[in-house]
Design a protein around this ligand. Structure first.
Ligand code: MG
Length: 197
């Protein structure tokens, strides 16, 4: 069986990196601050300013190489790969192109560094999150998990794939508004769905 997982917000703690970056740049939030909605609405910053900071951070050399993993998710991923060699895994992300150091290279090195890359894993980077549904369909992927409501609403339309939203503080609103979305609380829960339906 083929399964796919988003990276940022699922395995990689993008929010921690961004909160630290904004803390260092503006001192408007603490480094452990977490948004409660998707757009990272920081008090005192417009969405345009947030977006500008986001782009600046993502273009730092080796940004994707140094991002922290979620320890619990990482453990679950390592366990799954070790215990279930019969399944193929695709990491499916919309991380942007990095001018200084290839995003693909950085991400591959990150996956290797954290021991979640092997002969059965594939990395696919799409230009935009809206392309993920087509990739799942084209590759015959059967299970998928992501932390973005808009993405899961799209991938939910791929009949051959069961899509799950990993609940995070920044997607609670979206879950309330779209109560037909399938959710999982942890990556262990997702793998439990993969293995036991
Ligand atoms: Mg994500």
């Amino acid at each position: 069986m083929r399964i796919a997982l988003d990276l940022d917000g699922v395995l990689a703690n993008y929010v921690k990196s961004f909160a630290t970056f904004l803390h260092n740049k503006t001192k408007l939030i603490g480094p452990n601050w977490e948004p409660t909605e998707w757009h990272f609405d920081v008090p005192g910053l417009s969405r345009t300013q947030v977006s500008k900071f986001r782009k600046e951070m993502q273009q730092e050399e080796d940004f994707w190489l140094h991002i922290s993993p979620y320890p619990q998710s990482l453990q679950a991923m390592q366990d799954f790969l070790r215990l279930h060699p019969e399944h193929d895994v695709m990491y499916l992300t919309a991380r942007p192109y990095n001018e200084k150091n290839s995003t693909i290279a950085q991400t591959n090195m990150w996956l290797t560094k954290h021991h979640i890359q092997n002969a059965r894993t594939t990395l696919v980077i799409v230009e935009d999150h809206t392309h993920k549904a087509a990739v799942l369909r084209a590759t015959g992927t059967v299970y998928f998990v992501d932390d973005r409501v808009a993405t899961v609403l799209e991938t939910h339309k791929v009949e051959s794939c069961k899509s799950y939203l990993l609940t995070r503080p920044w997607n609670f609103d979206g879950i309330m508004e779209n109560d037909h979305i399938n959710t999982v609380g942890t990556l262990e829960d997702f793998f439990d769905k993969v293995l036991h339906g």
